[in-house]
Design a protein around this ligand. Sequence first.
Ligand SMILES: O=C(O)CCC(=O)C(=O)O
Ligand SMILES: [Fe+2]
Length: 322
Amino acid sequence: MSSNGEPTCCEVQDSIPIIDYSLLTSGSANDHSKAVQDIGKACEDWGCFMLVNHGVPETLIQEMMDMSDAFFNMTIDEKLEFEAHGVLDPIRCSAGLNLVNPNKDMLWREYLRLIVHPDFNCPHKPSGFSELASEYVKRTRAVAMELVKGVSESLGFEASYMNRELNLDAGFQLLAINYYPSHMEFDVSRGLMPHTDHGLLTLLYENGVPGLEVLRDGKWVGMGGVPNAFSILNSDHLEIFSNGKYKSKVHRTVVKDKRRRITLVNPNGPSLDTIVGPSSRLVDGEKRLPRYHPMKYSEYLECQTELIKAGKHAFDEIRIPI
Ligand SMILES: O=C(O)CCC(=O)C(=O)O
Ligand SMILES: [Fe+2]
């Protein structure tokens, strides 16, 4: 931290944990329990990790990157058809409107946010987008659900516990595609302000252009740079459910590279009607007091959207002072 309490500038470190997904899913009990242990340690100590050997084909990811590029290269008028409204709208596109934001300090990006589970939504153009995105989110969802099982075991529960408690079969999954234009296209500060994500785990894939940073011990640490790996971040509802054990990861994006950056981001959460509080298995009336008030997931999303405008966080509403 600097003397005024603000985090100091980014430091690149290579010690963000790396988890080998193939060990988690391997038939070997030893490999599996080592992976579960590593996931638990990464979630508790770092709140994030890189995931390698995840089995999502590189060609599929590359096609998604190319398709996303094609989407954002449509005209503003074409994109306006998918313009953002409410937080629970199935398709929300920023359509470059941030550019006219009077706040010159604002970091800039375009985004497209799709609700892809339990119902799948996608723009009807460019042609083939919907089929491709449907395949992509099917694959990333399978990875996320396997990771949640690993997280569940790492907390000392059976693998299916979190799925059952949080109704993940009807879980709310988004595909958010972020587009930070090349420096040549627009000479603006490109990035995303510090925040945490809602849901349990966020999976993020970048197109080889760095920018993601996570806050660790008061310093910004660059994340990414591992070939063909997903960046995985703890999110708000993992912190709530684990009663504060696995903290939601504060992250931001600062794009210094001149090339355009595209990220495919999947927040994975409980079903919208699930009331999420600390797991009853992690609290008791004596020593382990609940640290968060339960709140319905859909209400959390709505309240978070409102609170951001006031520079606050939904945690401010539900955290119980100790
Ligand atoms: O694009 C990135 O680097 C980060 C995106 C992100 O944090 C988000 O969409 O919530
Ligand atoms: Fe995020």
